[in-house]
Design a protein around this ligand. Structure first.
Ligand SMILES: C[S@@+](CC[C@H](N)C(=O)[O-])C[C@H]1O[C@@H](n2cnc3c(N)ncnc32)[C@H](O)[C@@H]1O
Length: 348
């Protein structure tokens, strides 16, 4: 049960994170126009209507997060889960990295890596400074800063959006006592952490292409009780698991960073490794068709953060792709600025 005090504390916690995120972005944007005007991207000013709708959607997201905890989908403590040590430790580093980022933006450099970073062996589409991150996904420092940067980007709502995959998974897997669950592109392991809270007896697996992010995931996940998820470095286009193995597969914030052909291959792989009756849940950015009023925001996103496949992604029909791969049913939902595809493989 979630009592009134917990509700108030959670609302205050979310409001605090939102205020901090907005203040950070305002400050960096103002500084950038003073210190590095050539790094400024072409972005549209958001109308008061858009800002009002965003605020309203944020309220609904917070309410939904509380409701799901109240219904026992995950423990209420998970609402407050946050890597505080890392946040305090790395916030100054976020600032120290900013001048280097501005230099790269001014020079229009989007695929720049330090000489000590190994870039061979990765798909070309992956070797990018996504979000202008120094060394892309390929350094330990990038992995240390990632969770904090995502929280700043989404004004503290990233985890609440990730947790929205849990209710459909819980519903689909209600009869299974020890489900086998895979999170693809697990990054630093936030989703695996939430899966552990919602499915304490599950066997958890995670894959990601980045060894640095997997190291970070291993560090953060070993802090929580329960069996450590099995983490593997792998391309989600070619999963190192046998056919019909998992009860559930999840993917959070990856599809917008893939070119279209890779999106299709990843979906086909997820279909292959799922058992008959299994569930695949994708959480990623909202798209143009279901949120046309937010089109200016969706245009701003790839202009502000290096996201080379995003423009295609927001018009891509992932429902068709899922059906082409063989999924029997596909349902979609939108929570705040994310969209969810809930796909089921037919029972054999
Ligand atoms: C935006 S991050 C999302 C990470 C995590 N799921 C989250 O919720 O924060 C994208 C992640 O996808 C991983 N990635 C991108 N392409 C991949 C691929 N083809 N196979 C496996 N991982 C991939 C990156 O290394 C990175 O960790």
């Amino acid at each position: 049960m979630v009592d009134t005090l917990t509700k108030l504390a959670y609302q205050t916690f979310q409001q605090g994170k939102a205020t901090f995120g907005i203040a950070h972005k305002t400050l960096t944007t103002q500084l950038m126009s003073l210190v590095a005007p050539t790094a400024k991207s072409e972005t549209e000013t958001l109308s008061p209507d858009i800002l009002r709708s965003l605020q309203q959607r944020l309220g609904v997201l917070t309410e939904q997060d509380l409701q799901d905890a109240e219904q026992g989908i995950y423990p209420a403590e998970m609402l407050f889960d946050n890597p505080w040590d890392d946040f305090f430790r790395y916030y100054p580093v976020v600032w120290m990295d900013i001048p280097t980022i501005w230099d790269r933006i001014s020079a229009k450099q989007y695929q720049t890596f330090s000489p000590d970073i190994q870039t061979e062996g990765y798909p070309n589409y992956y070797v990018q400074n996504f979000h202008h991150q120094t060394n892309g996904y390929l350094s330990d420092m990038s992995a240390n800063l990632y969770d904090l940067q995502v929280e700043l980007l989404f004004n503290g709502t990233a985890d609440a959006m990730r947790r929205r995959i849990l209710a459909p998974m819980k519903q689909a897997l209600s009869g299974i006592s020890k489900p086998l669950l895979l999170d693809i592109a697990c990054g630093t392991g936030r989703t695996l952490r939430f899966l552990r809270g919602a499915f304490p007896d599950a066997s958890l697996y995670g894959v990601d292409l980045s060894p640095a992010y997997l190291r970070k995931a291993n560090q953060l996940l070993s802090e929580i009780p329960g069996t450590l998820p099995q983490l593997l470095q792998a391309n989600a286009e070619d999963l190192p698991y046998r056919d019909n193995y998992f009860h559930g597969v999840s993917s959070v914030f990856m599809f917008h960073e893939l070119p279209p052909e890779a999106r299709q291959r990843v979906i086909e792989e997820c279909y292959r490794v799922l058992q008959p009756g299994g569930i695949f849940v994708i959480c990623d950015s909202m798209q143009e068709e279901d949120s046309p009023e937010f089109a200016p925001m969706m245009r701003n996103f790839p202009a502000m953060f290096h996201e080379p496949y995003y423009r295609h992604y927001i018009q891509d029909n992932l429902g068709d792709r899922l059906q082409q791969a063989g999924f029997a049913t596909v349902e979609t939902k939108v929570h705040f600025v994310s969209k969810y595809w809930i796909a089921r493989k037919a029972e054999s």
